[in-house]
Design a protein around this ligand. Structure first.
Ligand code: PMP
Length: 358
């Protein structure tokens, strides 16, 4: 393998529920480990999937026309500005394959999303890590980390696992400073959950910055993580390059059909966001009561400082039937990242946390 691949740590996915049942004999476990939507997808989506089962012998539409049409209408962009991916992770990898190579660098922040180093190192390019500030992205440090070798900057807004976010005016000033031969990836996987008035509507920036790529996903608020579908919005030139390295049928037919319908069910998103707001409140109150610090988050998860190495707390929670995520691999060894669940899931997890920390 290449030195870049040798240097990688495998991505650690959240434990599946079945594994917990098998290993610990726990029934009715609660999984709050992967920032999924606890409501699942819109009921209309399930019908759309059923309707498409009859066509499984056929290849999917390799251009994803129906979904692209719906996305173009929704975001007021041209079809030529859209790249579909097998999850937004796939799109992140397409960006790395199109723009990175050995001798080139990708800048991202400390505590940034784990897939940025994976796609960077897998291609033999150099990760250029900028220090964080108050756990969040520090645009000045990111700017300073850009050098002549840099071809891509990855910024998640909000970021996972910290839930921190950047306001529009700061990002706009930053965009003006980024060299035009550097692709700026604005990863908006959690955009639907953000309520902050200063959070930017970044879509109009696409007209001004041909090096901007905005990525989004159906895995979070849309509740379709299992189907794997995400997308990038960019200039037509960049989209053309990404589509050249894309595998012909990278998004499956059930995912295409489901995502198109999901996009049309605004009520379901509103329900998911309202549930998240209430759950976030409950978790913050619980942390305050337990005297635990947390990183203020605008996503559907909260990273909590448990005041000791989090691995043991994670294990103890597993034995209580609660799956969360230790984030030592993100440089936060005392934090657990907890996805906001339903009211019942949150109550159970809060009670379990209280018990194991006592
Ligand atoms: N970006 C961020 C910041 C994420 O947290 C995630 C999901 N963990 C993704 C992208 C990728 O999600 P998906 O591939 O399911 O679209």
């Amino acid at each position: 393998a290449t030195a870049g691949v040798q240097g990688l740590q495998p991505y650690q996915p959240g434990k599946p529920l079945s594994e917990l049942e098998r290993e610990y004999g726990v029934r009715d476990a609660v999984k709050l480990a992967s920032n999924e939507n606890p409501l699942g997808p819109s009921p209309r989506v399930k019908e759309a999937i059923q309707a498409h089962v009859a066509e499984l012998a056929r290849y999917p539409d390799g251009n994803g026309f129906g979904l692209k049409r719906a996305l173009a209408d929704r975001h007021d962009v041209d079809l030529k500005q859209i790249t579909l991916g097998n999850g937004s992770n796939d799109v992140l990898e397409l960006i790395a394959r199109a723009f990175l190579a050995p001798g080139r660098g990708a800048v991202f922040s400390e505590h940034a999303f784990a897939v940025y180093p994976i796609v960077t190192q897998a291609i033999g390019a150099t990760p250029q890590v900028a220090p964080a500030r108050d756990h969040g992205h520090d645009l000045q440090a990111i700017r300073a980390a850009i050098d002549d070798t840099t071809r891509v900057v990855f910024i998640a807004n909000p970021n996972n696992p910290t839930g921190t976010w950047l306001p529009g005016r700061e990002l706009e000033a930053f965009l003006a400073e980024v060299p035009r031969d550097v692709i700026l990836v604005l990863d908006e996987a959690y955009v639907e959950y953000v309520r902050e008035p200063d959070y930017p509507d970044s879509l109009p920036w696409l007209d001004r910055w041909p090096n901007l790529v905005i990525t989004r996903t159906f895995s979070k608020a849309y509740g379709l993580a299992g189907l794997r579908v995400g997308y990038a919005l960019s200039s037509p030139v960049v989209a053309d390059l990404l589509n050249r390295v894309r595998q012909p049928f990278n998004v499956n037919s059930l995912a295409l059909a489901a995502a198109e319908v999901a996009l049309g069910d605004a009520e379901h998103i509103a329900r998911a966001v309202a549930l998240n707001d209430a759950g976030m409140q409950a978790w913050r109150a619980a942390c305050d009561k337990l005297g635990l610090a947390y990183i203020p988050s605008v996503g559907n998860f909260l990273s909590v400082d448990v005041g000791r190495p989090a691995g043991a707390v994670y294990e103890a929670l597993l034995r209580e039937g609660v799956i969360v995520r230790p984030i030592g691999a993100y440089g936060l060894p005392n934090h657990l990242r907890i996805t906001i669940g339903t009211e019942a899931e949150n109550s159970r997890a809060i009670a379990a946390l209280e018990k194991v920390l006592a």
